[in-house]
Design a protein around this ligand. Structure first.
Ligand SMILES: Cc1cc2nc3c(=O)[nH]c(=O)nc-3n(C[C@H](O)[C@H](O)[C@H](O)COP(=O)(O)OP(=O)(O)OC[C@H]3O[C@@H](n4cnc5c(N)ncnc54)[C@H](O)[C@@H]3O)c2cc1C
Length: 470
């Protein structure tokens, strides 16, 4: 996957130990670079991490993080650090209506893009009119949408006659929550990409993966991987600024624990942290342009409610919960078998009103709604509960957002940008972060005259989609 660099002495300082920084760091360390991965927190993983929650005394993920078969670069990163087998895969999606009636979406043996059709047609969750509307929309999205389209998903759905059932139970719930925004704030090309990858290209691309271990355990091999190749992982190290010493052709990175010198710099921060660091980096016209791009981004929240009961609530591993504020149920006792107790996690995506609720109001609402899907909740004793609100969970992909997503090239010499918001063509996901890390690592290698290959290509569409996707 990687080549040994010709010059093992070249060093790289990477700011940010999220998925972007880790995937870049491991790819570069694997290619012979001396990597110094600098992270302000005491653990790696950034937004996709786990930690000991003091209120419940359990290590919990900061939210369930799902990936899909099409996440080729994230899987490449997991493969490089030897944890790809820690992902549990499923091809079934159970939708539950209040009252408990269930429908299943998932692939059949038909060739793509027809593989999901039999289950969609038999799903109780959709009326005949909903199914016809969905069929029409999915057919229209089989062909790629022009990348420069400025239309929103909401406007396109209106033009394409979607019913209330299709809007509420599919577009708002499944698609808008995968992109973590409201349909009127989602760029059509991004929505079309998600539809093609998850539902049309192939059953493999759309299969859903969830970690069998807490997220930070997935990254346990990152530090030994980098250290065994001459590098270092510096935790609890906040970066305050950096300057390029043109005479020595080296970067000097100012941290709260002292200065770090490196041949190259790779900045793998989310947009708001990049915006804070920018005034402490060399000023130039390109840096000003970057500041303007950063200013165009906005955040969307994700909340999760972590519940431990005295008994099993359901034997389902996960489900989509229809028509309510709570959207997704993950049965962590089943997904992460080393856990004790009966632990369910509920996820509420892109809902600013839920994020604004007081803690007890949010928990009461979640429990009340959960009981509508699983009546046993009313008899069960709630042993402990944690509510996590992340108002800065993801960046939005509104129409025209690509103009505000810079490439891996930075305004400065021997410096590269990564982070999920960099121009990867993907929405705010771990895959976008891993892609950005690999793109930045490849660009660094190229400019250093030590080309390395770490970027993973997309899965090829299968069946009839091979003809339609062009
Ligand atoms: C609640 C929630 C649910 C999500 N669900 C999913 C999901 O189901 N599937 C999915 O694919 N994605 C999901 N995401 C999105 C995903 O987590 C992110 O897209 C991805 O993790 C971003 O990685 P990153 O490396 O670009 O940024 P980050 O993870 O933000 O990493 C940046 C790192 O830089 C560090 N840092 C910041 N400033 C400094 C500084 N000055 N000095 C040193 N270090 C610094 C931070 O501490 C952080 O560790 C979710 C996100 C959240 C918050």
């Amino acid at each position: 996957m990687t080549n040994q660099t010709q010059n093992p002495k070249n060093s790289v300082a990477i700011i940010g130990g999220g998925v972007a920084g880790m995937s870049a760091g491991c790819a570069l360390a694997g290619a012979g670079y001396r990597v110094q991965l600098i992270e302000r927190r005491g653990y790696l993983g950034g937004r996709a991490s786990s930690y000991l929650h003091p209120g419940v005394g359990e290590v919990i993920d900061n939210c369930q993080h799902a990936l899909f078969g099409c996440c080729t670069n994230l899987l490449g990163f997991y493969g490089r650090i030897g944890v790809a087998d820690q992902i549990h895969w499923t091809r079934q999606m159970t939708m539950i209506e209040p009252g408990g009636r269930r429908s299943q979406l998932g692939p059949s043996s038909l060739p793509a893009p027809l593989h999901g059709l039999p289950k969609l047609l038999s799903a109780h969750a959709f009326s005949l009119a909903d199914k016809i509307a969905l069929g029409r929309a999915l057919t229209a999205l089989m062909k790629p949408v022009p990348a420069d389209s400025m239309e929103s998903l909401g406007a396109w759905l209106k033009r394409n006659g979607q019913t209330k059932g299709a809007l509420d139970r599919f577009w708002r719930l499944v698609i808008a929550s995968a992109l973590n925004a409201e349909i009127d704030s989602i760029s059509l090309p991004y929505a079309a990409k998600v539809i093609r990858e998850l539902f049309l290209n192939s059953a493999e691309a759309g299969s859903m993966g969830m970690s069998r271990v807490p997220l930070s355990d997935l990254y346990a091999n990152v530090t030994p991987f980098i250290e065994s190749r001459g590098g270092a992982v510096l935790l609890n190290t906040h970066v305050d600024g950096a300057a390029f010493d043109a005479r020595q052709a080296k970067w000097k990175v100012q941290t709260r624990n002292g200065e770090i010198t490196a041949d190259s710099l790779l900045i793998a921060l989310p947009f708001e942290a990049m915006g804070k660091l920018l005034p402490q980096l060399p000023a130039n016209a390109q840096a000003e342009k970057l500041a303007n791009q950063i200013a165009r981004h906005e955040h969307w929240p994700i909340c999760s409610v972590h519940l431990w009961f005295d008994r099993e609530i359901t034997d389902l591993e996960h489900a989509v919960l229809l028509d309510r504020e709570i959207h997704w149920m993950y049965n962590q006792s089943k997904l992460q078998p080393n856990r004790s107790g009966h632990y369910l996690e509920l996820v509420v995506s892109a809902t600013r009103s839920f994020a604004a609720l007081e803690r007890q109001q949010a928990i009461d609402l979640a429990l009340r709604e959960l009981a509508e899907f699983f009546p046993i909740v009313k008899q069960a004793k709630l042993e402990k509960v944690a509510l996590l609100k992340d108002v800065r969970a993801t960046f939005g992909v509104s129409p025209g957002i690509d103009a505000a997503r810079p490439s891996a090239a930075s305004p400065w010499p021997k410096c590269y940008l990564a982070g999920d918001w960099i121009n990867t063509g993907w929405p705010s996901t771990m895959e976008s972060a891993a892609r950005s890390g690999h793109l930045a690592a490849e660009k660094l290698g190229l400019e250093d005259e030590n080309p390395l290959r770490c970027f993973e290509l997309d899965l090829k569409p299968s069946g009839l989609m091979r003809l339609l996707a062009k």
